[in-house]
Design a protein around this ligand. Structure first.
Ligand code: ATP
Ligand code: MG
Length: 382
């Protein structure tokens, strides 16, 4: 009797001392959710997370490897430990096709087992050498490690698939991500989500200047990032009226900045109402006029929540590399218009002054505009 299972290894959660059970519970819950579509069972056993009962081990392992908090996943087989001969044969079979060097790493928590770890290593090592002519033993820097664990059953695995790492979603508080259709903000949201933060999206939509397809694109980005962290709630805020008012009444070189301040105000209102403890944006110093030091300062001063900008020190090319790795790049590069590009001034102020910003904003009926936008907000769960 044997069955296939996936052994889930976790990284930093391991370091959490007394809080560890809390992190482990969150991790197990998130792994369960991620592989629910595989019809798989997930359970905690002997301090490790096991998955079994899937129909396609590769697809299931891939999904588990995208859960934050998972360090690596190992496709394994579980066998009865009594028949050592069968275990050694199965080990040799798992190594078939591998090239380079290997070692066997046996661990025995069942101390009554008739063989000790060095004996198991030697026996199985010999069996592998005989079956795999392309493999040589290297005990110090092997290319492959055949792991054998003797517990209540025997567990064998050789493949270790690296996973995303990070911390389990939900253990790092909540934050509202200002999500545009660009490359930067999905990456920024992903980075905080990776640290266990439950991220909600706030998107400003300027219908009819921006199309429904532009909105769909943003929801697709939220879906891709959400796949790592158990989904995402996105608030789609109608922004056209505010933009028109700014465009009409504020100094042209300050329109982008003032628009950004309204985005922050509204995101904070929506965020706070939904338990957010911080805001996230995809800004990076010097990328555009609204991302100079002065402009970032003027933008921040309108909210009281902390504003996190995880890509602040990244070059565009570094952000692009990460977007590619996460899987958002292709969608971000679709050419639909964005609300910022529609109303972009020719010469935005790069060294904005606070007084002039406030002077511009005084011409607007802020409270009413913000309330109107919030009342018109649509909530989408992706
Ligand atoms: P991105 O920065 O996501 O690539 P972008 O470069 O078009 O998009 P910027 O003009 O650089 O956007 O805006 C800076 C930040 O402001 C974005 O990273 C995002 O957090 C926020 N933002 C811009 N436009 C929107 C929008 N329409 N809805 C929500 N947030 C937005
Ligand atoms: Mg940007």
């Amino acid at each position: 009797m044997e069955r296939e299972l996936i052994l889930v290894r976790y990284g930093e959660v391991f370091l959490k001392g007394l809080n560890r059970p809390y992190f482990m519970r969150a991790l197990v819950k998130n792994v369960k959710k991620a592989v629910a579509q595989d019809g798989a069972d997930v359970w905690l056993h002997d301090g490790r997370i096991l998955i079994a009962g899937f129909s396609d081990i590769e697809a299931c392992a891939e999904r588990a490897s995208r859960v934050f908090g998972v360090h690596s996943v190992c496709p394994a087989v579980e066998m009865e430990k009594e028949n050592f001969n069968a275990i050694a044969d199965r080990a040799a079979e798992m190594c078939r096709g591998l090239k380079g060097t290997f070692k066997v790493a046996a661990r025995r928590s069942d101390k009554r087992y008739p063989m000790d770890s060095p004996q198991i290593n030697a026996e199985i090592g010999g069996r592998i050498l005989a079956a795999c002519p392309d493999l040589k033993v290297d005990l110090h820097h092997p290319d492959h490690v055949l792991n054998v664990e003797i517990r209540d059953s025997a567990y064998l695995y050789v493949r270790v698939i690296p996973a995303v790492g990070g911390m389990p979603t939900g253990t790092g508080g909540r934050a509202a991500l200002l999500l545009s259709g660009g490359i930067d903000s999905p990456v920024a949201g992903w980075m905080l989500a990776k640290r266990g933060v439950q991220v909600m999206g706030v998107h400003f939509h300027s219908y009819p200047y921006t199309s429904d397809r532009a909105k769909e694109k943003v929801l697709e980005l939220a879906r891709i990032v959400g796949a790592y962290c158990g989904g995402m709630k996105v608030f789609v805020v109608p922004f056209t009226h505010i933009q028109m008012e700014i465009h009409e009444k504020c100094p042209e070189d300050y329109t982008t900045l003032i628009m950004r301040r309204y985005m922050m105000r509204i995101a904070e209102r929506i965020g706070k109402k939904n338990g957010a403890q911080a805001l996230i944006t995809g800004e990076s110093v010097g990328q555009v006029a609204s991302q100079t030091m002065e402009a970032l300062g003027v933008t921040d001063s309108v909210v009281s929540l902390p504003v996190f900008r995880p890509v602040i020190g990244f070059d565009k090319s570094e952000i692009i590399d990460l977007a590619r790795k996460i899987g958002t790049l292709e969608t971000s590069e679709l050419p639909y218009e964005d609300c910022c590009t529609v109303f972009t001034p020719k010469h935005p102020a790069t060294h904005p002054k606070m007084e002039k910003t406030l002077e511009g904003e005084e011409k607007l009926d802020s409270d009413a505009l913000i309330q109107e936008a919030i009342d018109g907000t649509e909530t989408v769960i992706v």
